[in-house]
Write a new protein. Structure first.
Lengths: 433, 249
């Protein structure tokens, strides 16, 4: 056999169904092909969103993902508000940011604790972790339950939020129901800080200094999740409406998910590490301290640092949420928003979902119904970058005698898992005119 | 007592039901030593093993989905269709309102190399199902109650009351009486009326009650000046595959 072909199906500890196909020339050890294919069926959200009333869209869009439903709901609400030319109050904007931050923490906690810790210790599931680490993971799970309950209180459900609509919220709980959570949450900042400190001693991160691009939202004064401009490599600003002209999508035969390339040519990274590269100056104090302690050299495109970037973000957003909710007056928003005059229009929304840049675009008609919908998810944008990382890693693995097929498979899986891919989201990604 | 072996498998879906199953387990630390998760790809256990209870969420959309659920049936004593997609069609079935070819052309422009079925199938379109647990997603409380019944060897029963019952006992103001179309009177309870509690009308993710009094429901719409046209638009969100057909009006 001249080629070593290996197909890894149904990646464990990844959300959704993916497979990787690798082809290597045995003699020259040259990597001939790396394909990350998605075998999950399409659900056609862009098709059946057509004709729906705009008030229903955020709730339907949230059903794209069971891990980041909040991001899809908020992103679609923003896109629709832009299409309508609807201004929203500052208080609504601030509460949306808090809700996005809660969802980010919830999603990161499951990835950092349950899905990626086992890889640092070479075990299959978090249940097999050494006792000390397993106890830490249980603390993370407890924090996640608490964050989930607060998210449920603020939005009606922790998986698919109910009260997010264009213009604001249909309902909000009273402030005295929210406040008890804040004391509980603040206890966890020290717990997390110590936990990540301890883990640093035990985790040896492989270096991987590849060159490439990254994209994130940027305001220049905070660490944004749903405001600001889109910026590439912390240098080039891209207007929201031109998103599809810069990040060009294509269909590949081996996957049900589309993929995006910068200028249609180069891969780029989105997500926690891209955000940290872009906005680390604006981290809250405890998160900045953790970053300094960990001694990360930024900017970096080393995918093994993604779970670490997520850990830093957990500390940052926890601090942020507590500060914001202490200040925010919820009662003023407790009204069903009125959309007012509906008009024809096109609107774009771009937010930072837990896994990175999420794009929603809608065209609406004069009756307030969707005529056209287009969604680009973070994982679809990361696919090409994941393939590039595997191509970079493979020759090194081959040289280091790791070519026992099982080891090769495991190392590749580990690398892919670092990206925290969310495959359910990415499978229904594109719309072609 | 031997441990209850649990399988979790996600077909084509958002996996929110799987996340809520894990949330339910995380909140029931008292029964954790009575259960053993034998299969769950997301938790790092991808191999399909023999199980006492298999929770399957999502829709059967690809040929592979169809093959897998047949294997799951063979390997499991009890199969549960978890969530709206697996049990009643749910959001995924909205695609049925469009032609398969139109949908593919719209999304991809070209046909990718994927063995898609033409129809969106629920679990019981393909295999025998022992329990359904509808909801988008089912609440952690309801999943916990189900798990507890399984651990105790009891038969689980879905409530056969409508959502209105949940609203009444929780003191939630009726949206229908404000002229807002809400499917509460014809939809199965069990969700704690999460939507009406946040002033969002019921879209029917739990499916219809066993005995739907459609006539009385239509009357109440008329009484509250809600045009039946609106009902026709709302019904498909979760109930594309349900037995209700609105032919009149």
């Amino acid at each position: 056999m001249k080629f070593l072909s290996k197909q890894l199906t149904h990646l464990p500890r990844v959300e959704g169904h993916g497979k990787i196909y690798v082809e290597i020339d045995r003699e020259s050890k040259r990597v001939l092909r790396v394909n990350l294919g998605i075998v999950e069926g399409s659900r056609f959200f862009e098709v059946f969103l057509k004709g729906r009333n705009i008030i229903e869209v955020p709730q339907i869009a949230s059903r794209i993902c069971g891990l980041c439903g909040v991001s899809h709901a908020v992103c679609s609400a923003i896109a629709l508000e832009n299409a309508l030319g609807l201004d929203i109050p500052e208080s609504v904007r601030r509460l949306r940011e808090v809700i996005m931050a809660l969802n980010t923490i919830e999603s990161h906690l499951i990835h950092v604790g349950v899905l990626s810790f086992p890889d640092y210790f070479n075990v299959k599931t978090f249940l097999e972790l050494p006792e000390l680490v397993r106890n830490s993971v249980i603390k993370l799970i407890k924090l996640r339950t608490l964050v989930g309950k607060l998210l449920e209180l603020l939005t009606g459900d922790r998986i698919h939020p109910r009260n997010i609509v264009p213009g604001g919220f249909t309902y909000l709980p009273s402030r005295n129901k929210v406040l008890p959570y804040l004391d509980e949450l603040s206890k966890y900042i020290d717990v997390l800080y110590n936990l990540f400190e301890v883990l640093r001693e035990r985790i040896k991160l492989p270096s991987m200094e590849r060159v490439g691009h990254y994209a994130a939202l940027f305001t220049g004064n905070d660490y944004p999740l749903h405001t600001g401009s889109l910026i590439v490599d912390s240098k080039f600003l891209i207007p929201h409406k031109d998103f599809k002209n810069y990040f060009i999508e294509s269909v590949v035969q081996y996957s049900t998910a589309k993929r995006s390339l910068l200028f249609g040519k180069e891969s780029y990274m989105v997500g926690a590490l891209a955000r940290l590269n872009t906005n680390y100056l604006y981290l809250a104090k405890p998160a900045k301290e953790l970053l300094n302690e960990l001694g990360l050299n930024l900017p970096s495109l080393n995918p093994y640092l993604i779970p670490i970037a997520q850990a830093i973000e957990i500390v940052h957003f926890l601090d942020y949420i507590i500060r914001e909710l202490k200040e925010l007056e919820l009662t003023g928003m407790k009204v069903c928003p009125t959309i007012g005059q509906v008009r024809r229009g096109i609107g774009v929304g771009i937010v930072e979902a837990p896994r990175g840049i999420l794009y929603h675009m809608y065209e609406i008609d004069g009756d307030g119904k969707v005529r056209y919908a287009d969604i680009v998810t973070p994982t679809a944008q990361n696919f090409a970058d994941i393939e590039e990382s595997i191509k970079y890693l493979l020759p090194k693995l081959l040289r280091s005698n790791l070519l026992v097929p099982d080891n090769l498979k495991y190392e590749i899986e580990k690398l892919v898992r670092c990206y925290d891919p969310c495959i359910s989201c990415s499978v229904h990604v594109i719309f072609m005119k | 007592m031997s441990k209850l072996k649990i399988m979790q498998y996600s077909l084509t879906c958002c996996e929110g039901c799987a996340v809520n199953l894990i949330n339910a387990l995380a909140s029931m630390l008292q029964i954790l030593d009575k259960v053993e998760i034998v299969t769950s790809r997301i938790l790092g256990l991808p191999k399909l093993r023999e199980a006492d209870v298999a929770f399957v969420d999502g829709s059967v959309i690809t040929k592979e989905d169809e093959e897998v659920v047949k294997i799951i049936r063979r390997k499991s004593k009890v199969v549960v269709a978890l969530g709206s997609c697996a049990s009643i069609g749910g959001i995924n079935a909205l695609k049925e309102l469009f032609s398969h070819e139109e949908a593919i052309r719209d999304v991809y422009g070209v046909l990718p190399n994927i063995p898609h079925l033409k129809d969106v199938k629920t679990l019981d379109d393909v295999i025998d199902v022992d329990y359904i647990l509808p909801g988008c997603p089912p609440t952690t409380n309801e999943i916990s109650r189900f798990l507890m019944d399984m651990v105790l060897g009891k038969t689980f029963r879905l409530p056969d009351k409508p959502i209105c019952y949940e609203c009444k006992i929780r003191g939630i103001k009726c949206l229908l009486e404000e002229g807002i179309l809400c499917l509460g009177p014809i939809i199965r309870a069990g969700c704690e009326a999460k939507c009406p509690a946040y002033r969002v009308p019921c879209w029917g993710c739990k499916g219809l009650t066993d005995d739907v009094n459609l006539e009385a429901f239509l009357e109440s719409l008329e009484r509250n000046d809600i045009p039946i046209k609106e009902l026709k638009e709302k019904i498909p969100i979760f109930l594309t595959k349900s037995r209700i057909k609105l032919t009149s009006g």
